[in-house]
Design a protein around this ligand. Structure first.
Ligand SMILES: NC(=O)c1ccc[n+]([C@@H]2O[C@H](COP(=O)([O-])OP(=O)(O)OC[C@H]3O[C@@H](n4cnc5c(N)ncnc54)[C@H](O)[C@@H]3O)[C@@H](O)[C@H]2O)c1
Length: 251
């Protein structure tokens, strides 16, 4: 297949979600061989059908896994490696939200959100490293959030996990550079995904003007293209970087 990711095997966690499924489609269009990992079976089927509508000959396989469980990362990466023969890129994108003030957030919130938003990034990265180290190349991209850097009320546990992802990204980039592995992060801002439309309703999403310079929501594809670039060899001198893809949110 032709394209900017020609023949690269890329794993996308949360691949059935809004940003994840846009990335699956755009990566397939760019010639990648894509492993979509998600826990939501119905969403997986929908995302696969949608991708095949756009890219009928996509080399796309889905892998169901609950990445909140440590052992699932090794299992699923083993299955992906067996199916595709290698792994060139990993996009850690699976995420959940909790809407509670810090004063009210119970331990269970912190436990659940840390497992997915941070620890799944740890376990998936650890699982792919031996494969990438052997090839002496690879690219890991972690999906954080603009609110890893900026303050707000009401999602403190979420924001803390996203801030931790940035620190994890930098250290991993330094530790793995000698093995030819690049590690970067993107920080999305307000992105118009089905999750938010379901949560707030279409009208509320249409009416909400995000407080950013561009004064509009991002389409999921506007996050997928930066991910594509970071996974590709075009970004071969980029590591340990954090990219704000938030339409210019003020500090
Ligand atoms: N949409 C936004 O406005 C926005 C803004 C900033 C950051 N982000 C981040 O971008 C990423 C994707 O966001 P989205 O809007 O596409 O969300 P989404 O809810 O549509 O997708 C998240 C996906 O992760 C999967 N997932 C959740 N828990 C899992 C688990 N235990 N195991 C495996 N998969 C699991 C879900 O099934 C879902 O498909 C998330 O990390 C989110 O925090 C999104």
């Amino acid at each position: 297949m032709e394209g900017r990711l020609r023949d690269k095997v890329v794993v996308i966690t949360g691949g059935a979600g809004g940003i994840g499924s846009a990335a699956c489609r755009i990566f397939c269009e760019a010639g990648a061989r894509v492993a979509m990992v998600d826990q939501n079976d119905a969403a997986i089927q929908e995302a696969i059908t949608e991708t095949r509508k756009h890219v009928p000959d996509a080399d796309l396989k889905s892998f169901a896994a609950d990445l909140g469980i440590e052992a699932e990362a090794d299992r699923v990466v083993g299955e992906i490696n067996a199916a595709f023969g290698t792994i060139d890129g990993l996009v850690n994108n699976a995420g959940i939200r909790r809407y509670e003030a810090l004063a009210d957030a119970p331990w269970q919130t912190w436990d659940a959100i840390t497992r997915i938003n941070l620890l799944s990034f740890v376990s998936m990265s650890r699982a792919v490293l031996p494969i990438m180290r052997k090839k002496r190349r690879g690219s890991i991209v972690n999906v954080s959030s603009t609110y890893a850097l900026y303050g707000r009320k009401g999602m403190g546990a979420y924001d803390a996990t996203k801030a931790a992802v940035l620190s994890f990204t930098r250290t991993l980039a330094y530790e793995e550079a000698e093995h030819g592995i690049r590690v970067n992060a993107i920080c999305p801002g307000f992105t118009r995904t089905p999750f938010h439309i379901k949560r707030l309703g279409q009208k509320a999403v249409d009416d909400l003007v995000p407080p950013c310079a561009l004064r509009r929501w991002a389409a999921p594809s506007e996050l997928a293209y930066p991910l594509l670039w970071l996974v590709s060899d075009e970004a071969s001198y980029v590591t340990s970087a954090t990219f704000m893809i938030d339409g210019g949110l003020p500090a």
